[in-house]
Design a protein. Structure first.
Length: 222
């Protein structure tokens, strides 16, 4: 039976928040592993960021390269939430208000049911209240199982970065279901193309596999 870590550390929660900030800064309509890597670097005070810095990757360089790599992959759809903000509608604030009144699970379930309503006609749509398309779930799962296998009580920054590196070995969108592939294509993402994190690291002369080994070694040493 696979062991799972108990809870995310304070650092990993902050990294997840910073990943959203980086996504918003870049104007991307999805939350991807490259944003999670940027979140690790933006957090700064964690061993995973130190390992990246030691290999010559800093936040400014990573931001520039991620923006370039994603732009070169083709035009992306507008971020619905960003578009609504231009008309004075803050979707994130609206969701927080709804969650404070009805509860997080109730809002999530309502948004899911609205999205699935036309599914029988084959035209299920993503709505801004659901948030951006999340492409970081697989990396988060790997981080959780890696921490659990090592009997770690918390998911730390090193586990998150290791999950990102594992996912980056495969083409972008590997493991997505039919709906996920359709949503990715709607946003302009090229499912099956080289993973942005892989392109970023190898373009900076960093071996992702070796980096992953070093991360596991650092976890063993602590």
């Amino acid at each position: 039976m696979t062991h799972m870590a108990g809870r995310p550390s304070a650092a990993s929660l902050e990294i997840r928040r910073l990943a959203e900030v980086e996504r918003d800064r870049l104007g991307h309509p999805y939350l991807g592993d490259e944003h999670l890597l940027l979140g690790v670097l933006a957090h700064g005070a964690n061993p995973a960021a130190v390992i990246l810095h030691e290999r010559g990757l800093d936040l400014a360089t990573a931001r520039t390269q991620v923006a370039r790599i994603v732009a070169e992959s083709g035009p992306l759809a507008r971020d619905d939430a960003a578009l609504l903000r231009e008309f004075g509608v803050d979707v994130a604030r609206m969701r927080r208000q709804l969650e404070s009144t009805f509860g997080t699970l109730a809002v999530h379930d309502a948004a899911r049911r609205v999205r699935r309503r036309p599914w029988w006609r084959g035209r299920a749509q993503h709505n801004p209240l659901c948030g951006p398309l999340y492409l970081i779930k697989r990396a988060q799962l790997i981080a959780c199982t890696t921490a659990g296998e090592r009997r770690e009580e918390e998911i730390r920054a090193e586990h998150l970065l290791y999950g990102v590196l594992r996912v980056a070995r495969d083409p972008l969108g590997c493991g997505l279901g039919r709906r996920g592939r359709r949503d990715a294509a709607r946003l302009g993402l090229r499912v099956g193309a080289a993973h942005p994190v892989w392109l970023l690291l190898t373009g900076q002369g960093i071996d992702p596999d070796r980096l992953g080994e070093d991360l596991l070694a650092s976890l063993t040493a602590t």
